[in-house]
Write a protein that binds this ligand. Structure first.
Ligand code: ADP
Ligand code: MG
Length: 332
């Protein structure tokens, strides 16, 4: 059984509606919400739940053995950041089957890293890529094809080919951004997407939900959005790279007065969190925070014409903190 039409209890009209909405294969349906499916296909929630269940049965979902989980983790791919130090901090590179969140102030190089990863993922595995394509959701209109060209040429790659493999979508508001991710399911497999970028994850949500009264609505939506992204990473063995802004905490007297937007929702759903900050000249510092199994530490990297790289003569090993520090505590 391969397509929606083959499921018991699903007519051609319903399957067509679902496919139009981006539920293109059984996996999309099996991991969907009954209430969403009910609205999209214009059916009752009970019927929707039954359809979802039959998709799950067809895929033999449910419990998996530890061995199977291990097999799946063996398929985790890693994309080079372009800096050896940063790669080492991140246990080899940007991982698939995970969401990596990068937060930092304006100009801390979040967008530059996004561009670099969009190039690097296309390289062969031996060079640190996954030979995959990219989905780039640009919410701040900061995607620059010229910058991709520069980075591609620096790596001896054909810039035209590299640009052809990056699918860009502008998100005009937070709802649009969510729809783009929901719809992404339909092209992940077909286009062999291995990297999904959302730059910025939170900016549109911040503009759309202003004031205290809207906070819980915003967090609910963000939660949904994060889980949709997580599904993409799980179902298609893709790496998810999202950027986040910081806001200042005026009541903090000691330590770092900045924190990431989105609070616990974003922080807890991200597998890896990198806090970026500017240093001297073209140097940047990435700090790994709250990783499930990697030690917290810091890596210094550079941004030049060629893209992300390592500082000449600098230590290639990241600085690993022996003890876990309190969040927001920068140890200089
Ligand atoms: P963020 O997304 O965190 O706000 P960016 O990723 O846009 O920040 O980083 C902008 C910085 O990247 C610039 O301040 C500049 O230092 C550096 N940068 C951008 N383009 C180039 C380039 N072509 N050559 C060298 N450095 C660049
Ligand atoms: Mg940016």
């Amino acid at each position: 059984m391969k397509s929606l039409k083959d499921l018991p209890g699903i007519g051609p009209k319903t399957s067509e509606k679902l496919e139009d909405a981006g539920y293109s294969d059984l996996m999309c349906l099996a991991t969907a919400n009954a209430s969403d499916v009910a609205v999209i296909a214009d059916i009752g929630e009970g019927v929707a739940a039954k359809i979802i269940n039959s998709a799950r049965d067809a895929l033999d979902m449910g419990f998996e053995t530890g061995l199977k989980a291990l097999e799946k983790r063996k398929l985790i791919g890693k994309i080079t950041f372009g800096s050896e130090t940063l790669n080492e901090l991140m246990n080899g590179g940007l991982e698939t089957q995970a969401i990596t969140e990068c937060y930092g102030a304006f100009g801390s190089s979040k967008t530059q890293i996004a561009h670099q990863l969009a190039v690097n993922v296309q390289m062969p595995v031996k060079d640190g890529g996954l030979k995959g394509r990219v989905l780039y959701i640009d919410t701040e209109n900061t995607f620059r094809p010229e910058r991709i060209e520069q980075m591609a040429i620096a790596k001896g790659l054909d810039p035209k080919k590299i640009l052809e493999n990056i699918f860009i979508a502008r998100a005009y508001n937070s709802d649009h951004q969510m729809i783009l991710v929901e719809k992404a399911q339909s092209i992940m497999k077909e286009k062999d997407i291995r990297l999904v970028i959302v730059d910025s994850l939170t900016a549109q949500f911040r503009t759309d939900y202003v004031g205290r009264g809207t906070l819980s609505a915003r967090q609910q939506k963000l939660n949904r959005h994060m889980h949709d992204l997580q599904k993409l990473s799980d179902n298609y063995n893709a790496a998810i790279f999202v950027t986040n802004q910081v806001m200042s905490r005026p009541n903090v007297l000691f330590g770092d007065p900045t924190e990431a937007i989105g609070g616990h929702i974003v922080g807890h759903t991200s597998t890896f969190r990198l806090y970026l900050r500017k240093s001297k000249q073209n140097l940047r510092v990435a700090k790994l925070v709250d990783s499930p199994y990697l030690p917290d530490g810091e890596a210094i990297y550079t941004i030049t014409e060629e893209g992300i790289g390592d500082a000449v003569g600098a230590a290639r090993k990241p600085r690993v903190f022996k003890e876990k520090k309190e969040e927001g505590d920068i140890s200089d």
